[in-house]
Design a protein around this ligand. Structure first.
Ligand code: SF4
Length: 460
């Protein structure tokens, strides 16, 4: 499962021509609101590029748009609640402007719930399954142009973003007990290597510096394609893209990661030394209940291989606490494993019951269910441990000079990331967006680093 970080993006993230602001009518403005993981962000980027391609302009607020799309997430109940809340706001807009077209898109929409939603959400005109970008574009009521080429992100952007997510695979064939993604995104489907390479070349030629290849189990890419290519082959092919500065991939699965993949990441100089390897729990009995397909011993062994090949690797993980059946002893095993492995970052979630999953049935069993207060207490305990560990790990950067890819400005500071994906801030009068710079770290904390530019040549 990909990291769910409650990305909350809307159309204002995109640059807008000054003349558009004055002249484009509401009927040809769109508003896209995105909640969820990087896959949703990528889908929304494609959608926005496509809408601009057919003659639409972005609106900064929903009431300024004639076409509104909510790209939804259903990995946790709280994500769904946020979307329902947003739809409540949109009801008033629809009342004032009945011609506004509203689409609910993404993981909340599945064959089993569409009819329920149709009754409960009368303000929604169309329900569209995840990733079906072309279908959403075809619902825009007032296109000027036809889309005559595949939908690519950044195609019509006036300023190219520094870092772009590229989906290489859709869906998931696993049946993890708690996860709704296979029900909503369907079976795994890999995109052909040539198509991905061509898309990356196109995006990088438009100015992007960093590409992150995305999949629910990114390491399993290619097993359904002729000749069964592997992610290692794809990384090697994409890595050859001229002017590409950094290459990443997300999200790995401990049962699918191979020695060949580890060796390839270690060998390719622009492939960044960062791996997100979700463990989810630190006890075999719980991993079995979660149907994850690996043991703690296998995970440990994998981490050892990765660290032997790349001693500077930044390892991140995802953990769910309070899954039905998790005892205090299981949870303590998770704490001990986190302390032993010392992850750079841990995405921690309290178990959230998702209808249709095995764990949702188990949650009804009072012997298995973990009380809500206990779930939250375990989440906090793990967060506190990780904060201490991340503080120690990041302190090792004090006084070091690191290479940072600058992504943009944030509250008066330049914001960028190291190869290991550490967030770095620095101040400087010039604009360094999209540049690789050397930054000397002068302050460290658990979530980010602060530094000063080590070389002060004018941005190129
Ligand atoms: S079923 Fe498991 S492997 Fe697949 S997306 Fe969900 S958590 Fe990830």
């Amino acid at each position: 499962m990909q990291e769910v970080q409650f990305i909350d993006k809307h159309a204002a993230m995109l640059p807008m021509h000054r003349e558009d602001r004055n002249t484009t009518p509401r009927s040809r403005r769109y508003y896209v609101w995105t909640v969820g993981c990087q896959m949703n962000v990528s889908d929304s980027e494609r959608l926005e590029a496509a809408l601009q391609g057919v003659g639409y302009s972005p609106a900064t607020r929903p009431h300024e748009a004639g076409f509104i799309v909510l790209n939804s997430c259903s990995v946790r109940a709280s994500a769904e609640e946020r979307i329902i809340g947003k739809l409540g706001e949109l009801r008033h807009i629809k009342r004032r402007n009945p011609d506004t077209r509203i689409v609910l898109w993404g993981c909340m929409v599945g064959p089993e719930n569409e009819s329920i939603f149709k009754e409960r959400l009368p303000m929604v005109d169309y329900f569209v399954s995840p990733s079906a970008v072309d279908q959403v574009v075809s619902l825009a009521p007032n296109p000027i142009y036809q889309l005559d080429e595949p939908v690519l992100p950044v195609r019509d952007w006036t300023h190219s973003p520094t870092s772009v997510y590229v989906p290489i695979q859709y869906g998931c064939n696993m049946t993890c007990s708690y996860c709704v993604i296979p029900l909503r995104r369907g079976r795994e489907q890999s995109r052909p290597l040539e198509e991905i390479v061509a898309e990356v070349e196109h995006i990088v030629a438009r100015g992007a510096k960093e590409i992150t290849l995305l999949g629910q189990i990114v390491d399993s890419w290619g097993h359904d394609l002729p000749g069964r290519p592997e992610l290692a082959d794809l990384l090697t092919a994409v890595h050859a893209t001229p002017h590409l500065a950094r290459l990443r991939f997300l999200t790995s699965h401990p049962a699918w990661m191979t020695d060949r993949l580890i060796a390839t990441v270690a060998d390719l100089p622009r492939c960044q030394h960062e791996i997100n390897l979700p463990i989810q729990a630190g006890h075999d009995a719980l991993l079995k209940m979660m149907r994850r397909g690996y043991t703690v011993a296998r995970y440990r062994n994998l981490v050892e291989k990765i660290r032997t090949a790349m001693p500077d690797i930044a390892l991140t993980t995802d953990i769910i606490v309070g899954h039905p059946g998790e005892t205090r002893a299981h949870f303590e095993a998770t704490l001990a494993l986190v302390e032993e492995i010392r992850f750079d970052k841990v995405h921690i979630a309290a178990f959230s019951s998702r209808p249709g999953t095995l764990a949702a049935e188990q949650e009804h069993d009072p012997i298995l269910a973990v009380p809500e207060a206990e779930k939250q207490a375990r989440r906090q305990e793990l967060e506190q441990l990780q904060e201490c560990l991340a503080t120690e790990i990041n302190h090792a950067f004090q006084g070091r000079t690191v290479e940072v890819l600058v992504e943009g400005e944030s509250r008066g500071k330049w914001r960028g990331r190291t190869g290991g994906n550490k967030l770095v801030f620095f101040t400087h009068p010039d604009d360094w967006t999209g540049q690789l710079v050397q930054v000397e770290i002068i302050h460290t904390g658990p979530w980010s680093l602060r530094g000063r530019l080590a070389s002060t040549e004018a941005p190129g």
